[in-house]
Design a binder for this molecule. Structure first.
Ligand code: GLV
Ligand code: MN
Ligand code: MN
Ligand code: MN
Length: 428
């Protein structure tokens, strides 16, 4: 069988968009900051509340729910042949400070709704279909993202890194996880790693987070590749001093070193000559941060991405060289130069792209093949299974801001495409 595409059931495939919107709105209520902003940081009470909510929805859909040591959540709809690798679909529910309510959330609640839509037409999957909620796709708390999917894919030294990680308040990853109810995280962390035999495919539904689909009036994006992200932490230290008494020639202002490095980031990025190279100094903090004090320390967090890994790495190398020359020139010390992550890009699996294209076609929906410039848990799932992503338009491409918005109509189409894609992949 070819899923339900060939069975004609698509005519009756009903996705409950109104219900999905209600759920998105309800989940948005679990936030550390007032509406319309959403702030949901890993292992905080609101993150735990969101997890509980997702598990409830999974249970209500008749899925068997399990959680791994790091808190990745799985809702399994068993297939007629439970011995086969499953088809996974999901995303994240954590939200960066002052964000919106659709990023990630659509992919989690949408996967559950896609399963419900297939259940409504009495579709019987051959392979199990699993809705997945990943732990902390966003880098907010521990400085790097995709904690849950990196762990699943056993990426690099992820388990050692997690055991050694501390947040800005010096709370360790292990302590934070314990406070959220993951008491055996330290001993059982490795058990969240999966082999290649667990999934035969993974599909993530997500808002585009860019303006192309809306601009071109196309309802569906089929992602062919995810760009390569890197992030850096840099610290400068000078001597500081009195803003009135310390004369200019005698200063080594760490704040200015930081400012200069932020400008150098932009220069290196622009020098690549490609619009696909992007770089951002999203954190630039100075210490002690008093108007009458020469900054003694600067702390930067820098994000660099490209679809071309070598070109991205050249920018990272340039930033390192600039940090050294700026420190020398300004007579400050580099206290930290840490490449937090430097991940390769990932290509979508051919069969997932094909299934998503066919799903859109059979629904009469126009689609566009596109690259994801944002990273997603699918970047790491690609290491253990063929992955693909389905994008839906969002208002002006806004994301990571409170006015992030996707229409019910567009989300509904996205879930329909997801449902048909899952039906096909789970039947093959
Ligand atoms: C994910 O939020 C990203 O920063 O791409
Ligand atoms: Mn995000
Ligand atoms: Mn996201
Ligand atoms: Mn993200």
């Amino acid at each position: 069988s070819d899923g339900i595409c060939k069975g004609g059931a698509r005519e009756t495939l009903f996705v409950d968009g109104a219900k999905l919107q209600e759920q998105i709105d309800e989940l948005a209520g679990f936030s550390d900051t007032p509406a319309p902003t959403v702030t949901r940081i890993l292992y905080t009470p609101n993150d735990v509340a969101a997890r509980r909510y997702v598990k409830t929805l999974m249970s209500e859909a008749g899925l068997s729910v399990r959680e791994d040591a790091i808190g990745n959540i799985f809702g399994r709809w068993e297939g007629s042949d439970p011995s086969l690798p499953a088809v996974g679909s999901g995303s994240h529910t954590d939200a960066i400070p002052y964000a919106g309510k659709y990023d990630g959330v659509l992919g989690v609640l949408g996967a559950i709704e896609a399963i419900r839509a297939l259940q409504r037409v009495n579709f019987q999957p051959k392979r199990a279909i699993e809705a997945v909620m990943f732990t902390s796709e966003e880098p907010t708390r521990f400085g790097f993202g995709c904690l849950g999917s990196r762990a699943m894919a056993k990426s690099g030294e992820i388990f050692d890194i997690l055991r050694a990680s501390k947040d800005a308040n010096n709370v360790s990853f292990v302590e934070a996880a314990r406070s959220a109810g993951y008491g055996d995280v330290e001993e059982k962390l490795e058990s969240s790693g999966l082999g290649h035999e667990v999934y035969s495919a993974f599909v993530e539904l997500h808002i585009e987070q860019g303006p192309l689909l809306e601009k071109e009036g196309i309802p569906i994006g089929v992602v062919t590749a995810i760009a390569a992200p890197a992030s850096l932490k840099v610290g400068f230290k000078g001597d500081g001093g009195h803003a009135g008494a310390l004369l200019m020639p005698d200063r080594n202002d760490a704040g200015l070193a930081g400012a200069e490095l932020a400008l150098a980031v932009e220069e290196h990025v622009l020098a690549s000559g490609s619009v696909d190279t992007v770089g951002t100094t999203g954190v630039l903090e100075i210490h002690p941060g008093a108007v009458n004090s020469v900054p003694r320390e600067a702390r930067l967090e820098i994000d660099v991405r490209d679809i071309d890994e070598a070109r991205r790495d050249k920018v990272v190398a340039g930033i390192r060289a600039s940090a050294e020359s700026i420190a020398k020139k300004r007579n400050v010390r580099i206290t930290n130069f840490e490449v937090v992550n430097q991940d390769p890009p990932a290509k979508s699996g051919e069969k997932i792209v094909e299934a998503a294209k066919q799903a859109a076609e059979s629904l009469g929906l126009e689609y566009k093949l596109m690259i994801s410039r944002a990273y997603h848990d699918s970047l790491f799932m690609a290491r253990i299974t063929p992955m693909g992503m389905i994008f839906v338009p969002c208002f002006k491409g806004y994301s990571h801001r409170p006015d992030e918005f996707a229409s019910v109509e567009d989300m509904t189409k996205g879930v329909q495409v997801l449902a048909l894609t899952l039906s096909q992949l789970s039947s093959a």
